[in-house]
Design a protein. Structure first.
Length: 176
């Protein structure tokens, strides 16, 4: 039988499960699917909070193990970031261009994305590699004016008047 995968072991350790290294792949899978089911009520909130934090914590705790996942996540995140910074650029920003810049940054420093200013570092690197992708203008903040009050009562009055005139004409023409 195959031993538990490194990702299964990492998750079980994070979730404070005994000694996951001794489990097989199938056993680890079964434990993961049952994890948290038999908790007392006073421990459920703590467990679910820890479970939710895993999606980010795994990148910090096990960067090598989850590097591919992080890079995949970064592509979407940084593509969206650029779109919030620039509109009307002369060159179309594609996910392939984002991937290439991420790859170049990772070749210089595997953990570049862990620094607080990683989005700005990416934006600068993108500007050097693909200046046309960042040469637009900052997006305009949308401002909404108060909706003008419509004078629908005037319209209804005209329709009512037309209806009355129509009835009057019908009565006059049928009597004559």
């Amino acid at each position: 039988m195959k031993r538990a995968t490194d990702k299964q072991i990492a998750y079980l350790k994070y979730m404070r499960y005994g000694k996951p290294e001794s489990l097989t792949k199938e056993e680890a899978s079964a434990v993961i699917s049952k994890l948290g089911r038999d908790l007392p009520d006073n421990k459920i909130d703590e467990f679910t909070a820890r479970q939710r934090k895993w999606s980010e914590a795994k990148f910090e705790l096990y960067p090598d193990l989850y590097r591919d996942e992080k890079e995949f996540q970064l592509v979407d995140e940084l593509h969206q970031y650029v779109r919030t910074r620039v509109v009307g650029a002369s060159e179309r920003l594609t996910k392939e261009k984002v991937e290439k810049v991420i790859k170049e940054l990772s070749e210089q420093d595997l953990d570049w994305w862990r620094s607080p200013g990683y989005k700005e570092a990416f934006f600068e690197a993108l500007g050097k590699k693909h200046p046309g992708c960042v040469d637009g203008t900052p997006p305009q903040k949308k401002t909404y004016s108060k909706k003008q009050e419509s004078n629908s009562s005037g319209c209804m009055s005209l329709m009512g008047l037309a209806f009355c005139v129509g009835i009057l004409l019908t009565l006059i023409l049928t009597k004559g």
